[in-house]
Design a protein around this ligand. Structure first.
Ligand SMILES: *[C@@H]1O[C@H](CO)[C@@H](O)[C@H](O)[C@H]1NC(C)=O
Ligand SMILES: *[C@@H]1O[C@H](CO)[C@@H](O)[C@H](O)[C@H]1NC(C)=O
Ligand SMILES: *[C@@H]1O[C@H](CO)[C@@H](O)[C@H](O)[C@H]1NC(C)=O
Ligand SMILES: *[C@@H]1O[C@H](CO)[C@@H](O)[C@H](O)[C@H]1NC(C)=O
Ligand SMILES: *[C@@H]1O[C@H](CO)[C@@H](O)[C@H](O)[C@H]1NC(C)=O
Ligand SMILES: *[C@@H]1O[C@H](CO)[C@@H](O)[C@H](O)[C@H]1NC(C)=O
Length: 388
């Protein structure tokens, strides 16, 4: 065992990145596993969850998508771009902030959607997702000029212009995912933060702007049965919550048999109905279609879903692009599972109750590691580089 007093390279790189930040307006995301092999300390991440919010669950991967430092200085993104107008119904409208949302770094993580759907009897307003509804915005306060990602939806005469982004990592298999977000604007919109594979494997947080500001919907799909009737146990409408038009931390824990939802670290809903079973991806959207769920937005109105950061703890199963053909699923998942078990988790980290959100901290060591390691950690010398 070799001990040196140098801080880990990963930590040096992160600090460099931090100090360089004010001059740059690039999108970057932290993939702690990038730094895993000997450079980053965390082998896995523990989350307190369960019915009692005290049962530890472990995840292999951690990612932090931070939209707070994207402006080069105060004032850059204070002005929201103009609303999409009646002529812009093709879904091919250009991005307002291509330097960020068209960058290679962004495009490696996220897909900005441009699909649409026609009006039907049940959903009477045509809807088109447009890249022009996804942009960076900034706080109008020089001393606190943080930025965020906005998804906007606007009602035009003939259609609803909407916004959606999807993670390109489509093999999430159990997650604890969080976002700091708020929803502002007109009634008749839905802000969604959810895992998705198909209409029967989907776990949602939805904020309906038609609802009171202390109400949030927590749903495992399908919420309708084969005859189109509501499934009572699918959706929980929680109330007396902190207002969703203020910044709050929202969280879904998707576990093998249970779904738990949190708001600012407090458990607000649980469900065992239709807990997703298929590797999924993360979706965020802001939309309306005139149906019973979203309601109607008035022509000319708009509403915004604003996100400061997203934190994702997850395991994976199968290839990154999502489940392959049904016959292959089982075999591939087994392969990966075996590889993971060989590696194990030596150093356990946490993401809750840390000094800086998004930066995991070591909580403990699994058995099998030497005492000197444990002592080093105990006396707070966690930045000492130890190679085993
Ligand atoms: C994180 O980085 C590692 C190493 O580069 C890579 O294998 C893995 O796919 C990345 N994970 C994510 C979620 O991007
Ligand atoms: C994630 O994977 C690890 C390693 O296979 C496993 O020990 C852990 O229980 C998994 N966590 C969840 C929530 O499925
Ligand atoms: C719609 O918006 C686009 C882009 O801002 C603009 O070029 C166009 O002139 C607008 N059309 C109308 C009818 O306002
Ligand atoms: C909507 O309807 C039009 C005309 O009937 C059709 O050309 C178009 O493909 C449809 N769009 C979608 C998304 O289904
Ligand atoms: C998830 O998808 C699989 C495969 O399509 C399906 O069999 C299952 O019913 C879906 N829902 C749940 C909750 O497993
Ligand atoms: C939305 O408006 C349309 C008429 O434009 C109406 O048919 C539909 O029922 C309304 N939806 C709701 C949920 O009230």
């Amino acid at each position: 065992m070799m001990i040196s007093t140098l801080p880990p390279l990963g930590s040096v790189l992160l600090h460099l990145a931090f100090f360089l930040q004010p001059a740059s307006s690039d999108y970057t995301s932290t993939n702690s596993s990038n730094l895993h092999d000997g450079l980053q300390n965390c082998g896995c991440y523990v989350v307190d969850t369960g019915a009692d919010s005290k049962s530890p669950e472990y995840f292999q991967f951690h990612r932090f998508f931070d939209f707070r430092n994207l402006a080069g200085g105060p004032g850059q993104y204070v002005q929201a771009p103009p609303l999409v107008n009646d002529t812009q119904d093709a879904g091919d409208e250009p991005l307002w902030t291509p330097n960020v949302l068209g960058s290679d770094a962004w495009s490696a993580d996220w897909g900005i959607q441009n699909w649409g759907k026609n009006a039907t009897e049940e959903f009477p307003v045509k809807m088109v997702n447009s890249p022009a509804n996804v942009y960076i915005q900034q706080n109008d306060d020089e001393k606190n000029a943080f930025s965020w990602l906005t998804l906007r939806t606007t009602r035009l005469d003939e259609f609803q212009s909407a916004a959606e982004i999807e993670s390109l990592q489509k093999n999430l298999n159990h997650v604890s995912m969080r976002m700091k977000a708020r929803v502002v604007g007109a009634k008749g919109a839905v802000a969604g933060f959810f895992t998705f594979f198909d209409d029967d494997n989907e776990s949602d947080i939805e904020i309906l702007t038609d609802d009171a500001k202390d109400v949030i919907r927590y749903t495992n799909q399908p919420a309708l049965d084969g005859d189109g009737n509501e499934v009572a146990e699918a959706s929980i409408s929680a109330n007396k919550l902190p207002a969703w038009d203020d910044w709050q931390t929202h969280r879904i824990d998707w576990l093998p048999k249970n779904s738990y939802w949190y708001l600012n670290d407090k458990q607000v809903a649980t469900n065992t109905y239709s807990v997703p079973r298929t590797p999924s991806f993360l979706v965020m959207n802001m939309w309306s279609d005139g149906g019973e769920w979203s309601g109607n937005m008035s022509v000319g109105d708009s509403a915004e879903f604003q996100i400061q950061w997203i934190e994702l703890l997850f395991n994976t199963s199968g290839p990154v692009e999502g489940p392959p053909q049904p016959n292959d699923v089982k075999k591939r998942s087994m392969d990966l599972l075996e590889k993971r078990e060989e590696k194990g988790c030596e150093i356990v980290c946490k993401v809750d109750g840390v000094k800086a959100v998004g930066t995991p901290e070591i909580v403990g060591l699994a058995s099998g590691l030497s005492v000197s390691w444990a002592l080093l950690v105990a006396v707070g010398m966690v930045s000492t580089f130890v190679s085993l």
